[in-house]
Design a binder for this molecule. Structure first.
Ligand code: NAP
Length: 289
């Protein structure tokens, strides 16, 4: 008899994300077990409950999703989850804290539809936030040169250092964007700009955008007015504006949802998958466009 698909949802927030729960159900999960305010020290007992209840041949029907708004907390939970496994006794796990992996994958895939990433130059504005960091990491992994922009040069340098540890040979340049000249410097020579700023913050003005001759694709992930990139509509999806291909947050969000659902479904195809940024991106690449 085929076992029911059980997903354990580990969340570091006081309430496990409703958004992630709905996506899990829509992806075909039969039984969702939700745990909130999960601490690293509590992971072992929870994971053992998942590992030791079904025989190894049935463990592909049990999986773990790690969410929560705090990406560092999610990464720590993932580390603890992986440490519990041994031999064939393991279940597949997906990390998508703050939706950062699925959102960044959708943004980078949108860019890749129009520009060959290898050798391209990309600017990630607010590249220090959870989504921006993952976008910069994926772009670097694909062989793009990445300008990581932040209001703080120290924060941008820190993020470049973190990505450098993960992606050997990554070409990263930290850029300070405290002033409007900073944003201009960040996009200088870039074919791609991804704005990953906080909700309701404009990071790139029309003038700064118009001043860049190299830009081909502009992707704004902020759905709350004003737009992160002036002139982009939240619904834009490969919409050409003044010779620039534009994506808004909802234009990217549809792909993000597809990737999220596909990643959940992928968990139940084997019991040994660890789906982090790169694996989530690869799942997105396989989706029909
Ligand atoms: P976040 O953590 O809220 O903010 C990202 C960065 O924005 C911060 O690290 C900060 O960078 C910069 N920032 C914050 N306040 C600012 C201000 N007042 N002025 C200028 N810069 C400011 O964002 P996130 O969680 O990574 O998400 C990024 C964006 O993606 C958000 O707009 C979010 O709503 C959106 N999102 C979209 C989807 C989708 O499906 N479309 C899914 C998830 C998230 P510095 O301090 O380094 O300058």
């Amino acid at each position: 008899m085929t076992k029911r698909k059980i997903l354990l949802q580990f969340d570091s927030d006081p309430h496990a994300s409703v958004f992630d729960a709905v996506v899990a159900v829509d992806a075909g999960v039969d039984q969702l077990l939700q745990y909130s305010e999960v601490e690293p020290t509590e992971v072992r007992e929870l994971v053992h409950g998942a590992m030791f209840t079904r025989g190894p041949q049935d463990l592909l029907n049990t999986a773990i999703f790690i969410g929560g708004s705090n990406v560092s907390a999610g990464e720590e939970l993932l580390k603890q989850v992986k440490a519990c496994f041994f031999g064939p006794l393991r279940v597949s796990v997906l990390l998508d804290a703050n939706g950062a992996n699925t959102t960044a994958a959708a943004a980078v895939l949108a860019a890749a539809k129009h520009v060959e990433l290898r050798g391209a130059t990309a600017a990630v504005l607010a590249g220090t936030g959870p989504v921006g960091q993952q976008a910069a990491r994926l772009l670097a992994r694909q062989g793009a040169k990445v300008h990581v922009a932040s209001r703080s040069l120290d924060k941008a340098k820190h993020v470049c250092g973190v990505i450098q540890q993960l992606v050997a040979g990554a070409e990263l340049t930290p850029v300070e964007t405290r002033t409007s000249e900073g944003a201009t410097a960040a996009i200088k020579g870039a074919q791609i700009v991804i704005a990953a700023g906080a909700a309701g913050v404009e990071l790139l003005s029309s003038d700064a955008r118009a001043g860049s001759r190299a830009l081909r694709v502009a992707i704004d992930l902020n759905a709350v007015p004003p737009a992160g990139i002036a002139g982009i509509d939240v619904m834009d999806k490969a919409k050409e504006r003044d010779g620039l291909i534009c994506y808004g947050a909802i234009g990217v969000g549809g792909t993000k949802m597809k990737i999220h659902r596909a990643a959940i479904q992928r968990l139940f195809t084997a019991n040994n998958l660890v789906l982090d940024a790169e694996e989530v991106f690869a799942i997105g690449q396989e989706l029909p466009s």
